[in-house]
Write a protein that binds this ligand. Sequence first.
Ligand SMILES: Cc1ncc(C[n+]2csc(CCOP(=O)(O)OP(=O)(O)O)c2C)c(N)n1
Ligand SMILES: [Mg+2]
Length: 312
Amino acid sequence: MIDRFGIAATAQASALTPDVIVQLGGEPVAMGWAPLAARARRFVIADQGWPDGDSTAEAVLIGDVTDALERIAQALPAPRLPSAFARAWGEADRAAADAMDAAITDHALAGPMAAEHDAVRAAIAAVPDGGQLVLGNSLPVRVADEIAAGGRDLRVITQRGAAGIDGLIAGAAGAAAGGVPTVLILGDVSFAHDIGALACARGLPLAIVVIDNRGGRIFDHLPVASVDLPAGAFERLWRTPTELDPVAAARAFGLAAATVRSPDELGAAISHGLAAGAIVVHVPVAPESAASVRSAAVAALAAPAPRQRSHA
Ligand SMILES: Cc1ncc(C[n+]2csc(CCOP(=O)(O)OP(=O)(O)O)c2C)c(N)n1
Ligand SMILES: [Mg+2]
């Protein structure tokens, strides 16, 4: 939602920017977050740690979050809901969701899994009610945030590891070890990074969905993508595609594995793996689709609304 808001805010200027942000727990992982946080006074309430990495919050309160919110609510005058501000957020979110849907549908014309968003959406849909969704860092968590619809009974887990993309398979295996059906969505480089943890996955109700966009595609969204580098340097030093075959790797660890080519095949493979005891599902997607879907949605939101023709 923050990121869908980020998409809308990118296109619609600052009428939606809050004056004050109360951040509960860690900072959201979303591209829309940093520009939003930079423009508002920010207060952090968290039960542990010190989630103010760049020391820009006005205050960090460590303690019981629920208790703090109850006291704040008691101290404030009763709000008149929905406020114009809340309505503006709701409208921006709906407009951004529609723009994302249209951009994803346009990509689908090029093939059944032409957009990374198709794969993430199908994988989330395949998590059974009461199950767990573990979102890998880099693009999976951001793409999920762009299309998150809410309203499902899921436990969503993210972890930052020591540096970001490490330990995601081990973490998801730990979450699944309690017996709750668990779907991990992670990138191809992240998969390679924690490949040894496949040894812990066997027999667990765990589907490991590898979004294969041939390397670390998040770097396409970052300033480094527009730096003038020697030929081939961006590919070799930033994207670092692995050429690893996730299906062969999974089989080496005695796990079931499949490469899928459509959202339906992806859903079926996940359901099978959750029932049969761990599966690696390899999902090749159009490599640049996450960036192109996002920029198509932002462009559509920025375009002036078509004028109603008057019949004078
Ligand atoms: C342990 C660790 N090493 C390196 C990085 C830097 N890093 C951030 S994202 C990324 C690429 C991830 O690629 P992939 O898993 O394929 O995800 P995508 O960007 O394609 O979504 C790298 C190397 C990191 N965050 N953590
Ligand atoms: Mg990748």
